[in-house]
Design a protein around this ligand. Sequence first.
Ligand SMILES: O=C(O)C(=O)C[C@H](O)[C@H](O)COP(=O)(O)O
Length: 204
Amino acid sequence: MSILDLAPVVPVVVIDRVETAVPLARALVAGGLPAIEVTLRTSCALEAIGRIAAEVPEAFVGAGTVRTPADVAASADAGARFLVSPGATPALLDAMAGSGVPFLPGAATASEVMALVERGLTELKFFPAVPAGGVAYLKALGGPLPDVRFCPTGGIRPETAADFLALPNVGAVGGTWLTPADALASGDYARVEKLAAEAAALRG
Ligand SMILES: O=C(O)C(=O)C[C@H](O)[C@H](O)COP(=O)(O)O
């Protein structure tokens, strides 16, 4: 099973208040997006992953912004079922591979992609997707590197997601638009569910 096949969109969520973790995960799952990437950018991220893993079993919760071997260990201990990194280093790749947890390492250039393919990795995050060159760039990478599938993330909006998903080398896209900060602040999980349902419908 690949993370890229769970849903067309992987919500990237930044959780500032751990109490929001479970209701927002339930809303995303109810909308049809079970794979949820919780970024390790906030102090409660690991606790949020743990709560979602324990209380929302139908979610497939992972850790994002995984940058170091210590992040890998902490994420796995918290219950992350996948790991996403913005880029890749040899030490990080060794740790992710050794963890036994599925992972999507980040790459943005042909050389970076080729280095990962040398390690047997063919499912990658393309980051930062839009600033790096967007749909045209990813399409061009697919010419010489057709065996690699990507989860482009960074700058993707609901109105541009379908263009990425139309590429043969895109399995899913990531983005933060499913969980607007004001919706989380006001507890408007119905809005999160609606945004998730619209995203889930992007690829039939
Ligand atoms: O923290 C990480 O490792 C990330 O995954 C960075 C995310 O790709 C971007 O934060 C996506 O954010 P948007 O451009 O708002 O969709």
